[in-house]
Each structure stands twice: as structure tokens, then as C-alpha cells.
Design a protein around this ligand. Structure first.
Ligand code: NAI
Length: 319
């Protein structure tokens, strides 16, 4: 009897070396797709025992099309594109890869934050367009030692960002309802409420997962309580930010700038107002990417896939 195939629903990797080795070792076929819709994904995964997914929507119907006892492995940390409640109901195991690229995302976040605070990207556009300008023409620039950075979410990436910021002498405050404030204080981070963070921070950086409760956590109301010279960095998930409200706030001068790596939906709409704002840095969901992080992601995912096929406990099971 032929074994159920291993399916990759979508990916943007250069190749699938680790996944192909897993298929060879376990005597299975590997089918790779580029699904974007629920219908494509359902067709691609029908009767699969092991599914690797990047951004394709893994809805209840998609999960229902899998072979009994199947496992879904999300390439990455966030798994908001997988219906976790349905997976539990249907007995589909789901795992993520939480540790392949924490340093890379933290590096990218800090690179964006420093660029915004020193206005290097905005200066570049202004010099190109205007020929020359005075150092203060784009607005005041604070020294890092007089700058407060507010982290929303202090898990792996939030902490790695804090570690990188400390040598620059930033004051670091954070809001995370699921972390003991004493833990944060021990790490040199002042624990504050969300309202205090928004009103005190000169820069806000998002490191919380997207959930049903925190969609548009940064919307018109939160933006209005931020300082007009403040900047926002989002390398977490696009749905955390109301993009229309953000574009409006930046255009109105109610916020000095933003750096966004993630959008809702992705790719960023061709007519998004964010594209026209000089003080908004846009990167194409690239924060996770480095040569070594990508290889680690695929290797760790394939190793988890091996455990799933052998019926062993999963290393990073989320459902
Ligand atoms: P983690 O699970 O280690 O930490 C998340 C933290 O957020 C936890 O401490 C949790 O208590 C906190 N949290 C949950 N809800 C919150 C809320 N409403 N307000 C404040 N804090 C809240 O996750 P990790 O590894 O730090 O990753 C964070 C996010 O980064 C992921 O969920 C993912 O969406 C995103 N990510 C983005 C990548 C990119 O390429 N742009 C790559 C990897 C992850």
C-alpha cells in the first residue's frame, strides 16, 4: 500500500533539501505547492499525513481533508494561519518552529528602530529630493540615552530585542500581561500597563502573537495616546496594527514614523497609503531571513516531521 504523501503547501525557500531527505528516508513522496487560497490548500493536502505550511490558510475544512492522525508543521513561530481549535477538535497535531530565528528577527527589529530614531532613511530620501537640508529639518532627534523604548510582548524575540538595545543605553519599558513583572524587572525592563507604555515610549515595538483579542491593538485610539515624536516598529504580525489608522496618524504628524515588516494582508496592497510615506520603512516580511536562519528553519521543521511520522512526541507541539 502506498504511504500518504508529505505535502508542502507553500514556501519561498531556494529548495527543500531537508524535506526531500525526510521523504526519501521514510519512503514517501513529497509534493510541493504554492497555495494561497483555502480551495488550493484543501486540494493540495487531501489525504496527507504530514503537511508543512508557510502562509497558506489551514482552516477547519483544510484540516478535515487530511489523513487521520495527520500532523501540520508551521514553518515559523506564529501560527495564526492555522485554526488551532479545529485542529484540537479533529485530532490533528500542530507544531511550530519557535527557535530558528529569534536572533535574526531581533537584529532586523533593532536595525529598523535605529534607522527610524536616527532618521537615516528619511534623510536619504530628503537629500535625494531636496539636494540638502539642515540636521534638525526632519524634526528633533533624541540621544539614545534619553529615549524610552516600549516593548509589547516580552517572549523570546522581545527579550532578544531588549538585550540588543541595552548597550545603546535606551530605557526599556514593556507590557506583557502573561509575564510576571518581577521577571521583567530582573532583566532590567520596567513592567508597565499598555496605556502607560503608549504614553511614555519614544519608540514602540511589537512582539506579541496575533490573537482574536489583540487584532488592531494599535488602532486610532492607541495611536492618539502615543507621543507625536514617537515611532512604531512591527515585526510581529500585520493584524496587530490598523494600517489605515497608522497611515493617517503619520500623514497628520501625530506619529513621527514607522517600520513595518508585516502587513494585513500580505503582500501589501499596491494602493496602500503606507507606500507613499517617506518616514515609513517597509520590508517584505523579511525579518526572519538570514542564510543560516532559513536552513535552521527547514532542518528543524523536517526533524519535527520525522518525529511525527514515527509517532514520537513532538518537540514544539501547539495543538
Ligand atoms: P513568544 O511566544 O516567545 O513571545 C510572545 C510574547 O507575547 C509572550 O511573552 C506573550 O505573553 C506575549 N503576549 C501575548 N499576547 C500579548 C498581548 N496582547 N500584549 C502583550 N504581550 C502579549 O514569541 P516570539 O518568538 O517572541 O515571537 C513573537 C512574534 O513574532 C510571533 O508570534 C510572530 O508572529 C512574530 N514573528 C515574526 C517574524 C517575521 O519574520 N517578521 C518571524 C518570527 C516571528
Amino acid at each position: 500500500m502506498s504511504r500518504a504523501p508529505i505535502v508542502v503547501t507553500d514556501h519561498a525557500f531556494g529548495g527543500l533539501v531537508h524535506e526531500e531527505s525526510l521523504a526519501r528516508e521514510t519512503g514517501r513522496t513529497l509534493a510541493a505547492h504554492q497555495c494561497t487560497s483555502e480551495a488550493d490548500t484543501m486540494t493540495a493536502v487531501r489525504d496527507a499525513e504530514l503537511v508543512f505550511v508557510n502562509f497558506a490558510p489551514v482552516t477547519a475544512d483544510v484540516l478535515g481533508a487530511l489523513a487521520p492522525g495527520a500532523t501540520v508543521i508551521r514553518y515559523g513561530i506564529g501560527y495564526d494561519n492555522v485554526d488551532i481549535d479545529a485542529a484540537r477538535r479533529l485530532g490533528v497535531r500542530v507544531a511550530n518552529v519557535p527557535d530558528y530565528g529569534v536572533d535574526t528577527v531581533a537584529d532586523h527589529t533593532v536595525a529598523c528602530l535605529l534607522t527610524l530614531l536616527r532618521r537615516t532613511a528619511a534623510f536619504t530620501s530628503a537629500v535625494r529630493e531636496r539636494g540638502w537640508l539642515r540636521a534638525g529639518d526632519l524634526g528633533p532627534i533624541r540621544g539614545f540615552a534619553e529615549t524610552t523604548v516600549g516593548l509589547i510582548g516580552t517572549g523570546r524575540i522581545g527579550r532578544a530585542v531588549a538585550e540588543r538595545l541595552r548597550p545603546f543605553r535606551f530605557r526599556i519599558i514593556a507590557h506583557d500581561p502573561y509575564v510576571d513583572p518581577a521577571d521583567l524587572e530582573a532583566a532590567g525592563i520596567e513592567a508597565v500597563t499598555l496605556d502607560a507604555l503608549l504614553s511614555r515610549a519614544d519608540a514602540v515595538s511589537l512582539h506579541a502573537p496575533l490573537t482574536e483579542q489583540n487584532r488592531h491593538l494599535i488602532g486610532a485610539r492607541s495611536l492618539a495616546s502615543m507621543r507625536p515624536h514617537a515611532v512604531l516598529v512591527n515585526t510581529s504580525r500585520g493584524g496587530l496594527v490598523d494600517e489605515q489608522a497608522l497611515a493617517g496618524a503619520v500623514r497628520a504628524g501625530a506619529l513621527a514614523g514607522a517600520a513595518l515588516d508585516v502587513f494585513d494582508p500580505e503582500p501589501l496592497a499596491a494602493d496602500s497609503p503606507l507606500r507613499d510615506l517617506d518616514n515609513v520603512i517597509l520590508t517584505p516580511h523579511a525579518a526572519f531571513y538570514s542564510v543560516s536562519s532559513l536552513d535552521a528553519l527547514q532542518r528543524l521543521a523536517a526533524e519535527e516531521g520525522g518525529r511525527a511520522l514515527r509517532g514520537e512526541p513532538l518537540r514544539c507541539r501547539v495543538a
